[in-house]
Design a protein around this ligand. Structure first.
Ligand code: F6P
Length: 322
């Protein structure tokens, strides 16, 4: 059976590099005489039939842009029986042979539902949180972490001048990767992540007091969102150590911006892998990066994997921040 039409959607929190993936899939597929359709606003657009045909120029000038030209949405209705049925109807009506979804864990759950209904699917991981258990890397993480580091470097300048402590909250939902990689890159005195229990007195207060006695004059504490109330932490550090402390919540700045080289390259290669699979008639695959290689995993297998934090990185980050 020849694949004639494919549809691409982006869903969940956007991630820099999504556009690079859309571009790669579109251009490679068109070159193989496969028609490409874009779906607006993720699964919402798939339910509502908000779909349009793309050409080589639809994806011009987007490789370097953050966000997604296809827009994104979090669509809880899609997970209902009726929601998936509506999506299947859109696929049938438009003769879509394969749906390619680009997104995070929620998007992967959605694509599993669609594949269970008999639609051929492909999945590309994109999440600034890097919280997808089945792949070592998700598109957007490098850009988000570089943004976080750039912001903390700026905060650090003023923290140093005034000999203060800065508590900086980064994104991550329930995954500490942004905090961990930012923490080691900025020399944080403490890194608070959801995967590792934090003894506030020992891991934060004691470390500040000890290193202060060793001559350290300014301090950065990185907190992953949803772990603690960061402003309360800042207040408590000031009270218990006597070091003036300020709190900054970085927020959505981490989700935007031009993708880094790593994100452009990984997104482009993952996009090409999708089309390679389609040409080889391999479907219902999640694309992954493992040991720096772009590979496929069955969507069912991908959903069974568990994510671990890099404990080694955490231990070393703290050993050298004294
Ligand atoms: O998953 C990406 C992410 O930015 C998380 O880090 C964060 O918890 C969440 O999305 C925020 O989502 P929203 O912008 O929908 O509030």
């Amino acid at each position: 059976m020849k694949i004639k039409n494919i549809a691409i959607l982006t869903s969940g929190g956007d991630a820099p590099g999504m556009n690079a993936a859309i571009r790669a899939i579109t251009r490679y597929a068109l070159g193989q005489n496969i028609n490409v359709f874009g779906v607006n606003r993720g699964y919402t657009g798939l339910r509502n039939g908000d779909i349009f045909q793309m050409n080589l120029r639809t994806v011009s000038d987007i490789l370097h842009r953050g966000g997604t030209i296809l827009y994104s949405a979090r669509d809880s209705e899609f997970l209902s029986e009726n929601g998936v049925k509506q999506a299947v109807e859109t696929c049938n009506k438009n003769e879509i042979d394969v749906v390619v979804a680009i997104g995070g864990n929620g998007t992967l759950n959605g694509i599993k539902k669609l594949s269970d209904m008999g639609i051929k699917c492909m999945f590309v991981p994109a999440s600034i949180d890097n919280d997808m258990p089945y792949t070592e890397y998700a598109i957007g993480f490098d850009t988000a972490t570089n943004t976080a580091v750039e912001m903390v470097d700026k905060i650090r300048d003023t923290t140093q001048s005034h000999e203060k402590c800065s508590v900086v909250e980064v994104m991550g939902r329930h995954c500490g990767d942004i905090a961990l990689f930012t923490g080691i890159s900025v020399g944080a005195i403490a890194i608070i992540v959801p995967e590792i229990e934090c003894d506030f007195e020992k891991d934060v207060i004691e470390r500040i007091k000890i290193t202060k006695n060793l001559g350290k004059r300014h301090f950065i504490v990185i907190v992953s969102e949803n772990c603690f109330d960061s402003s309360k932490i800042a207040k408590s550090i000031e009270e218990k150590t006597g070091v003036q402390t300020r709190c900054t919540i970085l927020g959505h700045v981490q989700r935007g911006g031009s993708p880094t080289i790593r994100d452009r390259v990984v997104a482009s290669l993952m996009g090409c892998k999708v089309v390679d699979n389609i040409l080889d008639k391999k479907f219902n695959k999640a694309i992954a990066l493992r040991c720096d290689k772009v590979i496929n995993i069955d969507i069912d297998e991908a959903l069974k994997c568990k994510k671990n934090i890099d404990l080694n990185l955490y231990i070393h980050a703290l050993q050298i921040s004294i």
